[in-house]
Design a protein around this ligand. Structure first.
Ligand SMILES: C[S@@+](CC[C@H](N)C(=O)[O-])C[C@H]1O[C@@H](n2cnc3c(N)ncnc32)[C@H](O)[C@@H]1O
Length: 319
């Protein structure tokens, strides 16, 4: 097996994978397991040319703790929204979003251009969707994409928030406080007594963008905003995903943590790390698995291995 090196155009590789994924979606294949993750692990961990991805300690490793500025810059640069792509598989991966009861509430964290909120708003009439991002440009783009795709939605609210450094506003959890907030434009101290919460939190390719050492705090915020019994739906980059192995050694800023040339971060999760992060915050593991997709670059005849982590975690009904 040969891993795509720098001589491959990134756009071509990604386009090939997109095509494969689209075909999958059309064929109704979502829980993809083209190969066993251990198969890829065995190859990667025995390939000396990839050894720089494996070690805990690395002499060039420096602490890199960006704020949300690189993401804000990313969204202001990509204002055309051409990166927008609806995640059509989402409701199949997380069917509880369709079967949920009336008046359910969902918080999508790191909504980007709306790739996740759009299929949810489309497919699930019962849900009120809250969305946040650390970039206000992203929120504008999300609203534009919703308005373009679905006319007049009254069950969507968005707000700016960096969930790795701040708490969610109380009104996310409580209708009464939200109404008050909309009237006064202030949270009000009485909202501190709220015991409400959202039924779902979605973290779709957002946690990997948070510095590893801030993840525990960020996940505690997710826990706090959920109702007892509420679900956190998680999908993100998996360990030894092709995009991890393409990072140059000097892009490594921590164990399994890399910085892109635009300054945004990307962490790659193994199941144990994801499990520990969520259970340490108090969640119960409901589902946790790798999603492994093999795409073929026809022109070069090379296999490309994509790995994602799919997870569902529940806030217990009682402590
Ligand atoms: C890869 S995008 C994922 C977007 C969306 N969830 C989706 O399904 O396509 C990650 C998003 O998280 C946002 N983000 C990164 N760090 C964040 C933070 N600490 N707080 C809130 N949003 C953040 C970025 O601005 C970006 O829009």
């Amino acid at each position: 097996m040969v891993f795509p090196g720098p001589y491959f155009s990134k756009e071509k590789i990604l386009a090939g994978i997109e095509q494969t994924m689209e075909k999958r979606e059309e064929a109704g294949e979502y829980h993809s397991k083209d190969f066993e993750w251990e198969f890829l692990k065995n190859i990667v961990e025995n390939d000396p040319s990839l050894s720089h991805h494996l070690h805990h300690h690395h002499q060039n490793l420096s602490k890199y703790l960006p704020d949300s500025q690189p993401w804000q810059d990313f969204h202001s640069r990509h204002s055309s929204g051409k990166f927008f792509k609806e995640r059509r598989y989402l409701l199949k991966e997380f069917p509880e979003l369709v079967s949920c009861g009336e008046n359910s509430k969902l918080l999508e964290i790191g909504c980007g251009n709306g790739s996740t909120v759009l299929p949810i708003l489309r497919g699930s009439k019962n849900i009120t969707v809250y969305a946040c991002d650390c970039s206000s440009d992203a929120l504008v783009r999300t609203k534009e994409n919703i308005d373009r795709a679905i006319s007049s939605v009254d069950n969507f609210h968005s707000f700016c928030c960096d969930f790795s450094t701040s708490e969610f506003p109380d009104w996310v959890a409580c209708d009464r406080c939200r109404d008050k907030f909309m009237l006064n434009h202030s949270g009000g101290s009485e909202s501190k007594h709220c015991i409400g919460g959202v039924d779902f939190v979605t973290l779709i390719f957002t946690l990997s963008a948070v510095p590893k050492e801030r993840m525990p705090r960020a996940i505690k915020e997710c826990f706090a905003v959920l109702k007892p019994g509420g679900l956190l739906l998680f999908r993100d980059y998996g360990l030894y995903d092709m995009t991890m192995l393409r990072f140059e050694p000097e892009k490594r800023v921590g164990f399994r943590e890399y910085v892109r040339s635009d300054g945004t971060l990307s962490y790659f999760f193994c199941l144990d790390t994801a499990r520990k992060l969520f259970t340490d915050a108090g969640f119960i593991e409901v589902e946790l698995e790798y999603c492994c997709v093999k795409a073929v670059n026809r022109r070069k005849g090379k296999d490309m291995y994509r790995v994602w982590v799919h997870g569902k975690f529940q806030k217990p009904f009682s402590n």
